[in-house]
Design a protein around this ligand. Structure first.
Ligand code: PGA
Length: 276
């Protein structure tokens, strides 16, 4: 059974002041005994605010991470941030190969795979993003594009390294647009990715968490997160407002309660009637 994972991707947003309020709201909700979310929660902040996350989230049960890391280990790479530096600030995860980095910083499949490997070597969990653009979907290339992104990972990461990886399927046309893949559409892609992984390493495929990302919000999260191969969400816009981020997490609580109800066996239900 894969435990769900909800990750906030703040992108290049926030300030010391606004982050304080956001982190405080999330932390307070998480500390509330009745909240008990059946998932892991992470916040991926811009690098300058990782120290702030560390102070605000230490011992909260919420982990934090970065949105990118250098492909290099250390040295003369002005402006870069290494995996070891992220670890120094308590990061446990890092987003790798987000479509915005692929598009605006020309990060290709092989380069993204190397970054994922660098993250694993630094002791971080890489959250590796894959997904097709609108024109790729419209021209029927979705499966091939995503398969080649996953293949590049399989070429660089061995079984042990892959066990540390979280994947995020993020159709580029759904990111920040308000357009979301339907639960069935997303489920199909997640199942396909898992099958591809399974062909190489069946055990890894079984435990690997594959998140969905692309305009996930409280209104659509419940259905998406109920899909069997959707193991959580990578949340951009909705992670910037505590109510929305917590609202998405609450849908998991609702799904769990619903499942608990369905799991009550007929005899238990009968016993319950007798007790009345
Ligand atoms: P969005 O972003 O939720 O704002 O669409 C998701 C992402 O880019 O990770």
């Amino acid at each position: 059974m894969r435990r769900k994972l909800i990750v906030g991707n703040w992108k290049m947003n926030g300030s010391l002041t606004s982050n304080t309020a956001l982190l405080e709201s999330i932390r307070t909700a998480f500390a509330c005994a009745s909240f008990r979310p059946p998932c892991d929660i992470a916040v991926c902040a811009p690098a300058p605010y990782l120290a702030q996350c560390r102070i605000a989230l230490t011992a909260s049960g919420i982990v934090w991470g970065a949105q990118d890391l250098s492909v290099h280990e250390a040295g003369a790479y002005t402006g870069e941030v290494s995996g070891a530096m992220l670890r120094d600030f308590g990061c446990t995860c890092v987003i790798v190969g987000h479509s915005e980095r692929r598009a605006y910083h020309a990060e290709g499949n092989g380069f993204v795979a190397k970054k994922a490997m660098r993250a694993v070597h630094a002791g971080l969990t890489p959250i590796v993003c894959v997904g097709e653009t609108l024109s790729e979907r419209e021209t029927g290339q979705t499966e091939a594009v995503v398969a080649s992104q996953v293949d590049a990972l399989l070429a660089v990461l061995d079984r042990d390294a892959l066990q540390r990886v979280v994947l995020a399927y993020e159709p580029v046309w759904a990111i920040g647009t308000g357009m979301t893949a339907t639960p069935a559409m997303a489920q199909d892609m997640h199942a396909l990715i898992r099958m591809q992984m399974s062909a190489r390493h069946a055990d890894v495929a079984e435990t690997m968490r594959i998140l969905y990302g692309g305009s996930m919000k409280p209104e659509n999260a419940r259905e998406l997160l109920a899909m069997p191969d959707i193991d959580g969400g990578l949340i951009g816009g909705a992670s910037l407002k505590a109510d929305d981020f917590l609202g998405i997490i609450r849908t998991l609580v609702a799904n769990r309660n619903h499942k608990d109800m369905l799991d009550v066996s007929p005899s238990e239900a009968h016993d319950g009637n007798n007790a009345e």
